[in-house]
Design a protein around this ligand. Structure first.
Ligand code: FE
Length: 142
């Protein structure tokens, strides 16, 4: 699902295998390394992705799936802890064949090419989440 190398203490370079799903692979890596707080950045290429948009007026999520080849021009996210497990919050910007970009909160993305990530873990910390009634979001519990 992925290969990795610890390039500095608690900092990992990851290469996700072709055709894997990004969120699933990152979560598996976090479980393997017991990461409950951290940050992620990355680039890559994908052929299918589902983005999520939260409508603040209705607090309803609107999901949309795109089935086309795109470059991940930026994947940015954080790792926290929810119910004792790693919880990912990922956002993505992806460029299309015509060089325009789309983006959003990332639910899933299927790699078609490569995906190269940098994960920085904060091993002595666990940052939790709680469901905030006003926004309908799982916010940081600090
Ligand atoms: Fe989000």
């Amino acid at each position: 699902m992925y290969k990795y190398k610890e390039v500095r203490k608690d900092v990992y370079v990851l290469s996700l295998d072709n055709h894997t799903e990004v969120a699933e692979a990152v979560k598996a890596f976090c479980v393997e390394k017991s990461i409950l707080a951290g940050s992620i950045i990355g680039i890559g290429a994908i052929s299918e992705a589902t983005f999520r948009f939260l409508d603040p007026a209705t607090k309803a999520y609107v999901d949309k799936t795109f089935q086309e080849q795109m470059e991940i021009t930026n994947l940015t996210g954080n790792i926290s802890e929810k119910d004792g497990a790693p919880y990912l919050h990922l956002h993505i910007t992806a460029s299309r064949r015509d060089y325009t970009c789309i983006g959003g909160h990332l639910l899933t993305a299927r790699i078609n090419g490569a995906c190269e990530l940098l994960v920085e873990a904060f091993p002595d910390a666990a940052v939790g989440r709680y469901l905030d009634a006003e926004t309908g979001l799982n916010l940081y519990k600090l």
